[in-house]
Design a protein around this ligand. Structure first.
Ligand code: FES
Length: 146
């Protein structure tokens, strides 16, 4: 059911852990499956120079967080804000339809972390990052625990 790339990022996830000198930390969770994703960024100037993540969740959630962190490392904040769950899924050669919401969680984790970066500077992140929304299993018929 998973592509080789998904299996690779699930069994050998990149950028796992915490960053002691992170200046942005974001966490998102899905209320229905209980999966949680936490990301740590080190941002210098407007470049995300280092990234780590911790995901307590399904295989697709781990694979998409791993791929998402690879796709934003070394990129600017603006480039990271343009990262969509679709782009992450394409980079992983697709996900089963019931697992699409897991990639939304990764996209939202990136946005939550950037929101924290702006908040720490006293800047309202909503006009820049947008509203965060909790990916809902209900809309996509998610299956937890796979
Ligand atoms: Fe909930 Fe994948 S994030 S099942």
């Amino acid at each position: 059911m998973y592509s080789e790339k998904v299996m690779d990022h699930f069994t050998n996830p990149r950028n796992v852990g915490e960053l002691a000198d992170a200046n942005a930390v974001g966490e998102v969770g899905n209320a229905k499956c209980g999966d949680i994703m936490k990301m740590y960024f080190k941002i210098e100037g407007d470049v995300i120079t280092d990234v780590r993540f911790k995901t307590f969740g399904c295989g697709a959630a781990i694979a998409t967080s791993s791929m998402a962190t690879e796709m934003i490392k070394g990129r600017t904040i603006q480039q990271a804000l343009q990262l969509t769950n679709k782009a992450v899924m394409e980079a992983l050669d697709g996900l089963p339809p019931v697992k699409v919401h897991c990639s939304v969680l990764a996209e939202q984790a990136v946005k939550a972390t950037l929101s924290d970066y702006y908040r720490r500077q006293g800047i309202d992140p909503v006009p820049i990052v947008g509203e965060l929304h909790d990916p809902d299993h209900g809309e996509e018929g998610g299956s937890c625990g796979l």
